[in-house]
Structures are given as C-alpha cells and as structure tokens.
Write a protein that binds this ligand. Structure first.
Ligand code: SF4
Length: 267
C-alpha cells in the first residue's frame, strides 16, 4: 500500500550530537528527489526509503534491524515472502495484551489496511491513529501531535502501557518516538519503528514489539521491586510469557514447564 504524494515529504529530522533525532526541516527539503515523488512506502523501492530514513536519523535502529534480521543479497521469494504490511505483526501482538493501547502513525491507506485486518482477526478494541500531512511532517508537528495523543490516552485507570508504532513514512521521515516520555501517570510509553523496508515479515515485527516490551520490563526490574502478579506468587520460579498468546497456551506451556520445576507466570 503506497502513501500518496501528499502524505510524504522527506525527513524533517536530523541526527543531533546526542544521537537523538532533532527536527531539521532544511535537511528534509534537501533530501534525495528520488524519494519525494509518487509510489512511496512499500512500492517506493526499499533503497530509496532506507536512504531517506538514514538521512533522517534512523540509521541506528535500521542497522540493528539489519543485524537482527539479516537478508542475504541472494534472497529469494521464499526467504522474504510477499505478505501484507509487516507492521501487522506488532499491531496484533499489542492488541492481544491486556491494558495496552496501540496508536499507529502512518499513511491513512496503511492504517486502513492494518485496522481492517486487525478487526477481521477479532481485535475487539480501538486502534489509535495520528494522521499527518506534508506540512506536519515538514515542521515536526506530527511528533507534537503524537505526543499530545499519548498524553490524552495515558489514563492509568484504563492502561498500563501505550504502544506507538511508526509505519514507513514517519520512520523514513525520522519522527523521533524515542523523545516521548518513558511514562505518563504511571502508564508506560513504548515507541517503535516498524517500517516495511527494515522489518521483513510479520514474525520479525512481532519480535520488535516483544523486544521493546522486554527491554522496558528489564529496566524496571533492575530499578527495584516490581508489582506482584495479580493471582499471587507461585511456589515455583515462573517464566513470564510475553507476546501473542492463545487462550490455552499458558496451560499447555505450564505442563511443559512442570517437569523443569517451573511454572507459567503472568502473560
Ligand atoms: S506501512 Fe506497511 S502498508 Fe504502509 S507503506 Fe509500509 S509496508 Fe506498505
């Protein structure tokens, strides 16, 4: 699904000395004309989108994806199957997590396809969306809009965490989700870039969100005592289950863990 011309103007973000991206409209306007025309997103050509994202300050995360999910030069269709938008993997995992709200940042056509599919698969909850246009990309207003949306949704009575997913165009434009607060009113804020030109398939996109959640959980555990599980502590050491889980999975996994002297922990 390709964003329209009006959806995309090359990146407003630059690489700051701190390593964090800062808005840089000049760089955006000077970007390679190859990425300023029609046919962007998944039909734009991976190299053009990668180039835009790198010049917009996303080199580090893309290099990490390239290390985590290497694709050989000789890759054929069986190594990287043609499927719908890879970001669906992250979206689906987030939608299956209790007390977790998901917000998408991307082109309207991408968001339409992703939300359609998620409801087809029985999401049974709303998916947030922060729209943009050329101007809000150029000026960095999109980031401010995302920030505002996150503050509005961060109600600890409803959520423990909010996941914000940058799709292709915001990633290529360097929208700096890493500058969002780590938590608001006790609600964890987790921003991830899941571009189709950097994450090969659904499977890896699931991994991206699960990895971000685990990193966050690890930092919390290292910082001090964490909240006890709702159902109380088990007599045996537990394995916390994170990611896409079907209703009987914890029971089956619990049986597999039993001979090891372990128990299935919180999901
Ligand atoms: S976000 Fe998904 S649907 Fe949209 S352009 Fe990227 S790969 Fe295509």
């Amino acid at each position: 699904m390709a964003p329209s011309r009006s959806d995309f103007v090359p990146s407003p973000q630059g690489e700051a000395a701190s390593g964090l991206a800062e808005p840089n409209p000049r760089r955006l306007l000077d970007a390679d004309p190859a990425i300023a025309g029609d046919g962007l997103g998944c039909h734009a050509g991976k190299d053009a989108m990668l180039g835009a994202a790198k010049s917009a300050g996303k080199s580090e995360v893309l290099a990490q994806y390239a290390r985590d999910y290497p694709i050989a030069e000789s890759t054929g269709p069986h190594d990287q199957p043609q499927s719908m938008c890879p970001a669906f993997g992250s979206l689906r995992v987030g939608l299956r997590m209790r007390r977790t709200h998901t917000i998408l940042s991307g082109s309207a056509c991408c968001v339409y396809g992703l939300t359609f599919t998620s409801h087809f698969y029985g999401a049974r909850r709303s998916v947030g969306y922060v729209p943009f246009n050329s101007e809000s990309l150029v000026t960095g207003k999109l980031f401010e809009d995302i920030r505002e949306a996150v503050f509005k949704q961060a109600d600890p009575a409803l959520y423990d965490s909010i996941v914000i997913i940058n799709l292709c165009v915001p990633t290529a434009s360097g929208v700096p989700l890493q500058l969002l607060p780590r938590q608001i009113n006790g609600v964890r804020i987790i921003g991830i870039d899941v571009p189709g030109f950097g994450v090969p398939t659904h499977a890896e996109a699931k991994d991206v969100l699960a990895g971000a959640m685990l990193r966050y959980a690890r930092a919390e555990a290292e910082a001090g005592p964490v909240t006890a599980p709702k159902g109380g502590r088990s007599g045996r050491p537990t394995v916390t289950l994170l990611g896409e889980m079907f209703p009987v999975d914890p029971i089956t996994i619990g049986r597999m863990l039993e001979p090891l002297g372990l128990a299935a922990g919180p999901v």
